[in-house]
Design a protein around this ligand. Structure first.
Ligand SMILES: Cc1ncc(COP(=O)(O)O)c(C=O)c1O
Length: 387
């Protein structure tokens, strides 16, 4: 039996590998604190759940247009416009099963052999994996702690060549929690326009910003026509398991993505889309309360981590991840992550899961109860003492 050669190019997302291992340990009776995966302990707002029931009962259980039902595409336009993130028409919105499929679709639609894709490193692992799978050359853009988890326009300019087709940005950033200011985005926009580069602006943590303002790249001069803005319900509405996300992009970019939906999943179940539309249009207080609580959890967790001998951790500007530096711990970050899981039941991810520039870090998701976060800090401190 022989598979296609390109299957050797695909990598995995370690969060799901560690989740499987930690869940198996739990099944065998171990008490595990899950900080490995980017999910929350909050439930989806009840009005969204009720709407899904109602739409199921109303028979919204058939195929629908690949790009999404009009109700959700209109709601997405209103939602983005309300937040100052651009004025789009429904034909410029494409709905998909979560945010992640659009990373795959966008890279497949824009880059192939001979093309280059610039992406943040450390960064969401799918960027590099799918760029390789597409036959393109992935070009990492380092996001380093010594630069406050930011990159400069010069860092980007140095990596642009005649072959650059796609630039992937992610802000607020998984895993470091860094973000991009308006000035930085303006400088990036200038480079993208000058070099005719398409930009995938992964803004799935836009509502999880603790410092500064979120500026959507597509609102800057010259960027609307070359930006694919990615959003998802997973984080803002605690809907990771529903699989619902969308992009906003000019039709020249949106239509090919819709074509990839037709060729893969056909459409997202319409009752899920209609429930999502309800979530976008109604009062946002439940989602806002979750986002506010993440700030409280961030403060408690990061200050706790900084008390542990050998660990230092910056406060992230956004997203719900701590990215502590563990270089003073007398073992590699990879081994330390294994040690924490095996010895004290705290599941984390090593920075190496996110690229080559983060091998001194661990990533820990703090979208967990304060009680669990405090227990995790105690267990980590105890584990370090035992070394
Ligand atoms: C940066 C980034 N982009 C995209 C996604 C994908 O989101 P979804 O779960 O909606 O597919 C994630 C999920 O963790 C993410 O961290």
């Amino acid at each position: 039996m022989r598979l296609a050669d390109r299957m050797n190019l695909l990598k995995t997302e370690s969060a799901f590998v560690v989740l499987a291992k930690a869940s198996e340990m739990e099944r065998q009776g171990r008490d595990i604190i899950h900080l490995e995966i980017g999910d929350t302990d909050f439930d989806t707002p009840s009005s969204i759940v009720e709407e899904a029931y109602a739409q199921l009962k109303a028979g919204k259980t058939h195929y629908c247009p690949s790009a999404g039902v009009l109700e959700l595409r209109e709601a997405a336009c209103e939602w983005l416009s309300r937040d100052g993130r651009g004025d789009y028409s429904p034909s410029e919105i494409v709905v998909g099963p979560g945010g992640k499929p659009f990373l795959y679709y966008t890279i497949m639609a824009t880059a192939g052999p001979g093309d280059e894709v610039i992406y943040p490193d450390p960064g969401f692992p799918v960027y590099e994996s799918v760029a390789l799978y597409a036959g393109a050359k992935p070009v990492p853009l380092p996001i380093l702690e010594e630069n406050n988890f930011r990159f400069t326009p010069d860092d980007l300019r140095e990596r642009v060549t005649d072959n650059t087709r796609l630039l992937i940005l992610n802000y607020p950033h998984n895993p470091t929690g860094g973000t991009l200011t308006r000035n930085e985005l303006e400088a990036i926009a200038e480079i993208a326009v000058e070099n005719d580069i398409i930009v995938l602006s992964d803004e799935v943590y836009a509502h999880m910003l603790f410092e500064g303002e979120h500026v959507s790249l597509g609102t800057l001069p010259g960027m609307r026509e070359r930006t694919i803005m990615l959003e998802t319900f997973s984080k803002t509405y605690a809907m990771t398991g529903w699989r619902l996300g969308f992009v906003a992009a000019p039709t020249a970019l949106a239509d090919p993505l819709a074509q990839l939906i037709t060729n893969s999943v056909s459409c997202v179940p319409p009752f899920i889309q209609l429930a999502g539309a309800k979530g976008l249009l109604e009062d946002q207080s439940e989602s806002r309360a979750m986002m506010d609580d993440f700030r409280r959890r961030r403060d408690i967790f990061i200050s706790g981590l900084n008390e542990v001998e050998g660990i230092s951790c910056q406060y992230p500007d956004g997203a719900f991840y701590a990215f502590p530096n563990v270089s003073q711990i007398p073992m590699s970050a990879d081994d330390f992550a294994d040690y924490l899981l095996d010895e004290v039941g705290v599941a984390t991810l090593p920075g190496s899961a996110f690229g080559v520039h983060a091998d001194k870090h661990l990533r820990m998701c703090f979208a967990n109860s304060v009680e669990n976060l405090e227990r995790a800090v105690d267990r980590i401190a105890d584990a370090v003492k035992r070394l």
